[in-house]
Design a protein. Sequence first.
Length: 272
Amino acid sequence: MNDETLKTELLGVALEVARRAGELLRDGRPDDLGVAATKSSSVDVVTEMDLAAEKLITGLLAEWRPEDGVLGEEGAATEGSSGVRWVVDPLDGTVNYLYGLPTWAVSVAAEYRGETLVGVVEAPMRRETYRAVLGGGAYCDGPAGVERKLSVRPSPALDQALIGTGFGYLAERRKRQAEIAGRLIPGFRDIRRGGSAAVDLCDVAAGRLDGYYERGLNPWDYAAGDLIAREAGALTGGRPGVPASPELTVAASPGVFAPLRALLEDLGAWHD
């Protein structure tokens, strides 16, 4: 199987599992939805629907791609023999979902031998599906199946840039992140906090944000969105010379990326 055939096959699988999980989450949300468990802190929650969505996705992948590995937020971790690994966040933006806010998504990425080839972010309440294939550009399928090629906004001066960010669940980390944001905001047009890293990265790709940064993300949070942003023309990374990682994730239009990352480096945004 050549690379293009593999990319096409993986994209088809990613789109279908993300679509099905998105439908389950949108249509199956109980009115009395509550917290099923907590993770890193009492406010880092898991709902029964996170677990149900991951079970659906991993079940489909096991059926359709049994030789692949899987890494999922809610505990899925299997080694594969094919060189392909799926990196899955079944519900990115769980707190938004718990409260009935619309900014949440299903994030599905496929890596081959450590390189992300395919990324899909399904945002059901927006009725949008973001997708990218390495080297093939990024697209958004909107209502009624209308396809739009994604491209970042032309880079403004930093003081005219709209920047997205997020905050972790550990109290001391959030305090530090709030201090960083407070020091940054006078130099930007404004800062937004959407609550879903996957959606924020897609908003950079779609030109709805000029840039985005966050500390404390996990691979399933950014794997798909990072590829979508890059294929739309964004630059992405972590600290200087380092890819995006839990230490720091940055994505921005080319003219915003370097000064934004330099500010984050100067402020020590990569440590608690």
